[in-house]
Write a protein that binds this ligand. Structure first.
Ligand code: MG
Length: 371
């Protein structure tokens, strides 16, 4: 019997507005450019993957896929995921490691894993390891930087009432006293048992981050996320040496080797790989296992519809971040109960795409096939 081979690759782009206004220390989230990749095989089987941007670069990801990556998939065996990932990475050698290339690789890689899980009839979380039937979930949707202290308190209390056990509050207001006032108001209202995650979005320099971290001591924060620019590994190491607050990094890292650097140097306490930005499920799982070897938990960034399954797959995932990302173009929803998120039991990624809606809203629809 001939093996099934990839015959065509379809690329679509859909732009989604965020559900609420999202601002942090360095940017605001304007539009989620969602790039969808569907590969179709000679036996008619299909797999769909995706990646996203928060407003810039979507057309570049699409062009890289159309012109350079998708043609190299035609005629390949979809089970050979590692071989395909390595081939595409080296083919784009002069533009890697980089965000656009990693996002494009993620479109391909997540489609290949969807195909594999569908073909084997397995949910992704069990195909990849099956470590936890559910994972604690925290919300980010009420903690944006433009909100007042009283709005933060109201939204965090509402999140607690919905069952969330933690919430993320953005930091990086112009003066340290404003951050302290906002965090203190939330801690006072929510009490000792509720987890407060904080996120600086790379907004501080070295002297400022030491001052802020010292001022935050005593608030019992779950972590301080992206306190410094992601490329300042030694700055993170210095910070860790001087604060008891766990330091989290990962959403702005684009390769497994960058995580190794942080872990090897003891420059972070928590890793937050983003399955789109790190280049797909193949490298994401490697990051998680690498972190496990350092006894470091994984708390991935964004993409909850996919990360819920990846977190459930590995033993060291601690939290899923709740930010609905795909509701406008999917019919499936993550089940959340009593502060726990449950991975879907459907074969594949477990994401049910709403194709009629996608066809109505798509800005691009391209097909690369065997010539
Ligand atoms: Mg963040």
């Amino acid at each position: 019997m001939n093996p099934t081979l990839i015959e065509s690759v379809r690329l679509r782009q859909v732009n989604l507005p965020p559900k609420v206004v999202r601002t942090d220390a360095i940017q605001s989230f304007v539009t989620q450019e969602t790039i969808l990749l569907t590969l179709r095989c000679s036996d008619g089987s299909e797999g769909t993957g995706y990646a996203y941007t928060i407003g810039t670069g979507g057309s570049s990801v699409l062009a890289l896929l159309r012109d350079h990556l998708a043609p190299r998939l035609i005629g390949r065996h979809p089970l050979n995921i590692e071989a395909i990932w390595k081939d595409l990475f080296f083919h784009t050698h002069a533009t890697a490691v980089g965000a656009i290339t990693s996002l494009a690789l993620a479109c391909v890689d997540t489609a290949l894993w969807d195909w594999r899980a569908r073909t084997l009839g397995l949910p992704l979380w069990q195909l990849l390891g099956g470590a936890q039937a559910s994972v604690p979930v925290y919300t980010t949707e009420g903690g944006w930087l433009h909100l007042s202290a009283s709005e933060l308190v109201d939204q965090t209390l509402a999140a607690e009432a919905q069952g969330f056990r933690g919430a993320k509050i953005k930091v990086g207001r112009p003066h340290v006293s404003e951050d302290v006032a906002r965090l203190s108001a939330v801690r006072q209202a929510l009490g000792a048992g509720f987890e407060i995650m904080t996120d600086a979005n790379q907004g501080f320099d070295r002297p400022q981050v030491l001052r802020r971290a010292a001022a935050f001591e005593g608030l019992d924060l779950a972590w301080l996320e992206e306190p410094l620019p992601a490329e300042d590994v030694s700055g993170h190491r210095q910070l860790r040496a001087q604060t008891s607050i766990p330091v989290a990094v990962g959403e702005s890292l684009y390769h497994l080797g960058q995580f190794r650097e942080y872990l090897e140097q003891g420059a972070c306490s928590i890793v937050q790989p983003d399955v789109a930005r790190v280049g797909g499920i193949t490298p994401w799982i490697k990051v998680a296992h690498l972190a496990e070897s350092f006894n470091v938990p994984v708390c991935p960034h964004f993409l909850m519809e996919l990360h819920v399954s990846l977190c459930a797959a590995v033993p060291n995932a601690a939290w899923v971040e709740y930010i609905p990302q795909l509701d406008d173009i999917t019919t499936s929803r993550i089940r959340v109960a009593a502060g726990q998120a449950f991975p879907p039991d459907r074969p594949g990624l477990g994401i049910e795409w709403d194709w009629p809606v996608i066809e109505l809203r798509q800005l691009a629809d391209l097909c690369v096939e065997k010539t």
